[in-house]
Structure formats: C-alpha cells, structure tokens
Design a protein around this ligand. Structure first.
Ligand code: ADP
Ligand code: MG
Length: 683
C-alpha cells in the first residue's frame, strides 16, 4: 500500500481532477509533495492593529465588526464591486472586493472578523481593498502564504495542506536518524511539517525550518558525497615522494603561506600510502594569487617521481603564457617541456607526440589540442586544468583518461564562497589561495557617473601618452545577442571623437577563438593602445602594461564579475586604476559599487555578492546540475550546510550505500531529491 506521502494529490478531500491539474502546475503530484510545498512567507494575524494605528501601505491585520451587509454595484460589464464598512468601535474602515459574489454571504452584519490587507485612502477615510479575512473564532494566528498559480490561491493551497496534515498519523517515520536529530537538536518531522505550515508562533516556525533546512542539505550532501565516492577508483601510481621544498629554492621569491598550504594539501593526496584514490582537487585563488607557481611546484614534484605531467589552458595565449613562465621557473632543472596548441605545425606536433609517448618530454602545456586522439603519454601522472569553468567535467576526464587514473588538479580564478564551492564542486577537494604575494599594489577603484566620463577619458589619455594601455568594457546591449554592434560602435566613436591618434582594438563574443587570440596577442604585444571589449576579455592573460580599465554600466554586473574584470589590470608593478561608470540611482547598486571600491579581497567580494544577489550568479548554468532546493537557501544557511556535510560524512563512513534498514528513509529522500537525474545511481 502506498504510504500517505506517496498518495496521489487527488485522494485529498477537496481536490478533484481540475484542482489536481493546477497542483501539478506547481510541481505537486503527491500528498508528500504538498506537505513539502512550504509557504513562501507568513502573515502575522496574531496581533491585530486598531484602525487608528494600522500603518499605511504595509499589509497588516485589523480586528473589526461588520457594520452592514456588503452592497453589490455593477460598474460595467464584467466588473462588479462589493462594498462594506467595518468598525473597531473607535473608527471605521471601508472595504472593497471585486467580482466576488461569495462576499455577500461570507461577511455578516454584526459579526467580528480579522481582516488582513493594506490600508490605503486618507487619514480621514481609511480603506482596504480585497482583504483576506477570517471570523474571529477560526482566525489563524500566523497565516502561511504560498506561491500560487492562476485558479489556485494561497488560501486553497493552505486548506489542502490542512487536510493533508489532518491525515498524518501521530507517529510518522522520520528519515533523519535519531542520533543525528539529537546531535544537531532538530525537531521531529511531524512537528516540523505542522509548524512550517501553521506555526503557533514565529519561534516554532524557526524550529521547524531549521530541521527542514538541515534535512534538505543533509540529503543533498549524502547524494553528492555518494557520487564522489563512487567516482574514485584506485590509482596504479605509487605513492609519491614530496619534492616541492626543493622546488621552492628555484623560485625568485618566497612562496606565500597560502601557496605552501595548497601545495602541501595536493602533495598530501599524492604521497598518501593509505588513500590510493587519485587526487581530485580544486585550487581556488584570486587573480594574481600565484596559481602558476603552485602548478609548477606540483609538476616538478611528480616529474621527479618519474611520471609525466600535463597542463591544459582554455586558450592559446594562456597556454603560451604558462609555457613561458613555467619554463622560466624550471629552467635549471633539466626537465623537458613541450607546448602543444592548435597552431603548432603538423610536423612539430608529430614530433612532440612521439616525445610524449617515449617519455622524453616530461611536461606538456597546451590547449584542448592535448585531448585530441593522437596524443598519448608514456606515463601520465598529473593532469592540471586552468580556468576550469570553460572545460566541462567531460573534457577534464578525457585528458585524465590518457593516463591510468592520474592525479588531477583544477585551478580556478573565480573566488566562490567556500561553502558554495563545496556544493558546486562536490566531486573535488578544495584548496584556497586566500593571500596575495606581498607588495602587490592595490588597484585604485572609483565609481563615477557618466557626467564624469570625459574626465576619465582624459585620465586614460595621459596614460596612453606615456605608452601605457587601457581596457574599456563596453555597455551591454539590452536584450541583444549582438554584442558586436555595441563594441564596434563604441570603438568607432572613441576613435573619431577621443583618441584619433591611438590604435583601438575590439573584442567580442561573435569572434572565433582564433580571432580573439590574435587580438589578445596584439594587445599583449603593445600593438593596440585601447582594447574595447565585452566581458569576453580573457581571464588570466597578463598584460602588465595595461594599467586602466574603464567599465561602462557597472551596475549591470555581479560584484564578482566586476572584480574579475578589474583583475585584468594591476598585473605588473605599475599603479593601476579601475573606473566604474554608472548612473544607477538606487541605493543597493551604489552600495555594491562602494564595496568594490573599498576592498580587493575576492573572497570577501564573493561573500557580499552572495549576500546581496543570492547564489544564482555563482551557479550559473551549473545550477541545472544540482537539484532544486525547496527550503534551504545557500546564501543564508551556510552554517547548517557545514553541519549537514559532516553529518553526511559520518553516516556514509559506516554505511556508504545507505543499505541499512534504518537508513531506508534517507535513501528514499536522496532518490527523490536527485530525481532530476532520474535518481541515477541512487537505486
Ligand atoms: P594567478 O593566480 O592569477 O594565475 P600568477 O600565477 O600568474 O597568478 O602570478 C601572478 C604574479 O605573481 C606572477 O608574476 C608571479 O611570478 C608572481 N608571484 C607568484 N607567487 C609569488 C610570491 N609568492 N611572491 C611574489 N610573487 C609571486
Ligand atoms: Mg593564472
């Protein structure tokens, strides 16, 4: 027999075929799903105002007696008004309803009700339009508000939930194990469901919410961790010896503590004699935090252990830059390094592949040319991918497949709050470079209105005249996929009106990778003075001579993205400037730009971004890869997420497949949450 939770929504009293269809629109098919259809917000009906004291314009509750039966007026075809007045003994309030004949019988003269709505009108004549109401005896203290759909109001949903709750037995099976509930002080499921929908007090709603948020994140973590464990297969590589200390002596600088820590964590994965699964680690570090040196240290160390290493970058120019700087770091070590990109001649390429096969090249740096079929290694031990957000998981693993379960390191320059990273990169361990090398100059950042643009351009001119370069990030075109027009127009105007004597280059999303690479290279070589671009401008490319970036319509971007863009300058030791142009008037937008002016800490900015705009920006398209959460909010529930994660680890340590009978409920929850993937792997 199907349990109550699995029963069709239509089995509920008051839900017929037609209404069931409306529930389906909201994604609610079963009674269980209805009980998990949590309110969006609550109305506090428990402390009604007097009419005199009720605030204007914000929804509130008022307790009052109906003065006369509602009066019906047909004002035109299809529009009937119902009017009545109510009083609290001191003052009157005028109510209006539209097209709702039910009002005629629902409100009776002389009876007392609680009305909930917005007070409008004037101080002398207060009004309320279409209030919600309940007779005083049956008025809720706190009223749930549900996301509704046409034909299915919040009130109807609330009634259906009430019916469903009434069917719940006293003792319902709780998927959360008892000891987990005790340890994290979480209430029982039955209480939680009741109080999340119809709280006695706001405090009890909070208690219910805490449990439900925990349960959801716990389920999410159980699923993600299961995926992660499943993926790991033992490597045939021997435990390595750590030679990274030796490498440090080759550097012209002292590694930062953060670099040392990240290297030690990665080496820990590769030297372990206990854990034989290959490393899969993400190194996250702000622009300029020195990820290249981390990569080089690891390459050096594994190559000393007799295996090969490969580093893949998303573009030719990035591969080229890595090749140059890593060759430089490793120049006196005897390690042979190859560069493999699309523009290498076929003859050279053949030779290179041969050398990779016979092991005479120990480190290869390249673009996705590295994953072409022809490429094979003698003994690939470490795979590093840079700026991974451009490579899908699939591409990463294609390169890894060229070895026998090699170690894998992913480098990302997008600071993401740690807790979010744990979710997005559920399959990777994480090291964070949260420290910049000493002596880095802060990029001076200013927010200006467009009135001051001429002055900003003048400022750019003085720098161009000294032989420096600048980036300009062009305005976004509303609703337009044609960023080319916007860039070309802007550049043309700049050329004729402002910088007739300078070379202006353009970069936009319509260009082929090769064309973009060519422009970037020309800019890096100093052949272009001002690069007008959309946000496609290359992440991670070093143009030390570019010292100013001007960003139009700055308010349109997320803080993290602005921070990324700002990181295009300040790559050398010259003072650099970022100018944010915005005519935004609203306080939030202004506050956001101020944050950027006041800090250069990418992780702090990411945290603020998360707080102000929610996690959407970070998840981007990846969000589709994760199940939808009903109640937990990544931005607000970080603490709970951490708890849920350690609880999930604890459970899986003893029962990796959730096979124990007492974990049956959990297993079901995981399957349900991950049903977007067809519950794949969770059967
Ligand atoms: P990113 O993390 O953005 O890839 P890079 O690896 O390109 O950063 O490093 C940026 C610059 O900082 C390079 O010129 C590099 O040589 C230098 N650098 C890296 N680590 C240190 C350090 N510990 N001390 C001083 N300079 C460093
Ligand atoms: Mg880099």
């Amino acid at each position: 027999m199907a349990s109550l939770f699995e029963q069709d929504i239509q089995t509920l009293k008051g839900v017929g075929e037609k209404r069931a269809k409306l529930f389906h629109k909201l994604g609610v098919f079963s009674v269980g799903a209805l009980l998990r259809y949590y309110p969006r917000s609550y109305e506090d009906w428990s402390q009604p105002f007097t009419i005199e004291q009720a605030p204007f314009g914000t929804p509130c509750a008022i307790r009052a007696v109906v003065l006369h039966q509602p009066v019906e007026t047909r004002i035109r075809k299809g529009m009937t008004l119902y009017k009545t007045s109510v009083t609290d003994g001191m003052r009157d309030l005028h109510l209006t309803f539209f097209n709702n004949p039910y009002i005629l019988n629902a409100l009776s003269e002389g009876k007392e009700y609680i009305f909930y709505g917005k007070v409008t009108g004037t101080l002398l004549r207060k009004e309320m339009s279409v209030p919600e109401f309940y007779p005083i005896a049956s008025a809720p203290s706190i009223c749930p508000v549900y996301r509704q759909t046409e034909g299915l109001s919040s009130r109807m949903i609330s009634n259906a939930v009430k019916n469903a709750l009434a069917l719940l037995p006293d003792q319902i099976k709780d998927p959360l194990p008892h000891d987990i509930r005790m340890q994290y002080q979480l209430c029982e499921l039955g209480y939680a469901l009741e109080q999340i929908h119809f709280p006695d007090r706001m405090e009890s709603m909070e208690i219910a919410k805490k449990r439900l948020v925990f349960e959801e994140l716990f389920t999410l973590q159980l699923g993600l961790l299961q995926l992660k464990y499943r993926k790991k297969q033992d490597t045939s590589l021997p435990p390595f010896i750590d030679y990274s200390k030796e490498f440090f002596h080759l550097l012209p600088f002292h590694p930062t503590n953060a670099q040392k820590r990240a290297i030690a964590e990665a080496m820990g994965d590769m030297t372990s004699t206990q854990n034989r699964s290959p490393m899969s680690r993400l190194v996250q570090g702000d622009v300029g935090s020195g990820k290249t040196a981390v990569a080089a240290a690891l390459c050096y160390s594994v190559i000393k252990n007799g295996v090969q290493a490969a580093l893949m970058a998303p573009t030719e120019i990035l591969a080229q830059q890595h090749y140059t700087s890593i060759s430089n770091m490793l120049k006196n070590t005897g390690i042979s390094i190859g560069l493999l990109t699309g523009s290498v001649t076929p003859a050279k390429k053949r030779k290179l592949i041969e050398q990779l096969q016979n092991g005479s090249i120990q480190l290869v740096i390249g673009t996705h040319a590295l994953i072409s079929d022809a490429v094979a290694f003698q003994n690939l031990g470490l795979v590093i991918t840079d700026e991974q957000h451009r490579f899908g998981v699939a591409q990463r693993s294609l390169l890894a497949e060229k070895g026998n379960h090699p170690h894998m390191l992913v480098m990302s320059a997008t600071p993401i709050p740690r807790t979010l990273a744990l979710i997005i990169y559920g399959d990777l361990d994480i090291s964070i470079l949260d420290e910049l090398p000493p002596g880095r100059q802060k990029i001076e950042t200013y927010a200006i209105s467009s009135r001051k643009r001429p002055r900003a351009l003048q400022y750019i001119r003085t720098h161009l005249d000294e032989g420096k370069q600048a980036y300009i990030i062009c305005p976004l075109v509303e609703e337009s996929t044609n960023d080319m027009a916007s860039v070309e127009q802007y550049a043309a105007a700049l050329q004729t009106e402002t910088f007739p004597d300078k070379v202006i280059g353009t970069l936009h999303g319509k260009m082929k990778p090769k064309e973009k690479d060519a422009v970037m290279t020309a800019f890096a070589n100093g052949e272009i003075d001002v690069l007008v671009s959309t946000t496609v401008v290359e992440v991670g490319v070093d143009v030390p001579n570019a010292v100013i970036i001007l960003i139009e319509n700055a308010e349109r971007y997320g803080l993290s993205q602005l921070h990324q863009l700002r990181g295009r300058v300040g790559r050398g030791n010259m003072k650099s400037t970022c100018i944010l142009v915005s005519d935004a008037q609203n306080e939030e937008a202004i506050a956001r730009l101020k944050i950027l002016c006041s800090t250069s800490d990418g992780f702090r900015i990411a945290d603020e971004d998360l707080r102000l705009r929610g996690p959407g920006d970070f998840f981007g398209e990846k969000q589709h890869g994760l199940p939808d959460l009903k109640i937990a909010n990544m931005a607000e529930d970080m603490e709970v997420l951490k708890e849920a994660q350690s609880a999930a680890r604890y459970i899986l340590a003893n029962d990796p497949k959730l096979a124990l009978p007492e974990h049956r409920g959990l297993k079901g929850q995981v399957k349900l949450l991950f049903s977007v993937f067809g519950g794949q792997g969770f059967h």
